[in-house]
Unconditional design. Structure first.
Length: 241
């Protein structure tokens, strides 16, 4: 039985909407900076909810929530994902799916209202995040597919030391022309999948994230750094609740 962890309210995970977040367990990558390690390895964490419980929650919250974000882990590993998306949409919600882009065939079949796809590094460097042979090619295929589709989307990049640098930004700037937007974020090292990585590296300074942003903007790609409007979002959340 598929179960999800539930975050009841977020103002930052679904652009423009007050949303709940569902976290699927399991992932086919091993990003050392992953801040949801309990969803990637080890026993199922406490608090995972059945699909029936989640639907009951969403039914009750329709007067407050506008959207649902399905994240992970990697939700495209859930074979029933499209059925779950339809269940949520029938309740009147918009659905956003977060994905690492390693399953282009599954991505092509999905019909959510918004898709956020993570880009980890250059396609030929996906071994740095636990990818196997062909992983980077699959990610590039997913990126091209997403740009061709009419579904609103964004590409997200965690600018992680030893994994993503300016050369990766320049390379992806050639691949992502025509996308709706790229969203950058710095790495968080307090609670990560690989503690040795967390102890070893130092996050890039804000000035470096700005350099990465400049690479995309020079290529005509809309790009922003996550957190630039976080204070405004936090104040809005305080006002609502």
């Amino acid at each position: 039985m598929v179960r999800f962890a539930l975050e009841k309210t977020s103002l930052i995970d679904y652009p423009g909407l007050v949303a709940a977040i569902l976290f699927a367990r399991g992932c086919n990558l091993r990003c050392p900076y992953c801040h949801n390690p309990e969803l990637v390895e080890g026993p199922e964490p406490e608090g995972m909810e059945s699909w029936e419980t989640i639907l009951r929650f969403l039914e009750k919250r329709r007067s407050v929530l506008q959207g649902v974000c399905i994240s992970g882990g990697e939700p495209l590993l859930v074979s029933e994902l499209q059925c779950f998306i339809k269940d949520i949409q029938k309740l009147g919600y918009k659905v956003k799916v977060d994905t690492n882009g390693t399953k282009p065939e599954a991505l092509e079949e999905l019909q959510p209202d918004y898709i956020a796809m993570d880009v980890k590094t250059s396609p030929n460097k996906y071994t740095l995040v636990g990818g196997g042979k062909g992983t980077g090619i699959a990610v590039l295929e997913s990126a091209r597919l997403l740009i061709r589709r009419s579904i609103p989307h964004e590409f997200r990049i965690t600018v992680a030391p030893e994994i993503f640098d300016l050369s990766d930004a320049r390379e992806w700037a050639t691949y992502l022309k025509g996308t709706m937007q790229v969203v950058l974020s710095g790495v968080r090292l307090q609670h990560v999948l690989d503690p040795d990585y967390g102890r070893r590296v130092t996050p890039y300074p804000d000035s470096f994230l700005q350099e990465v942003k400049d690479q995309f903007q020079k290529a005509g790609i809309p790009c922003r750094i996550r957190g630039e409007t976080s204070r405004e979002s936090a104040q809005t959340l305080k006002d609502l609740f």
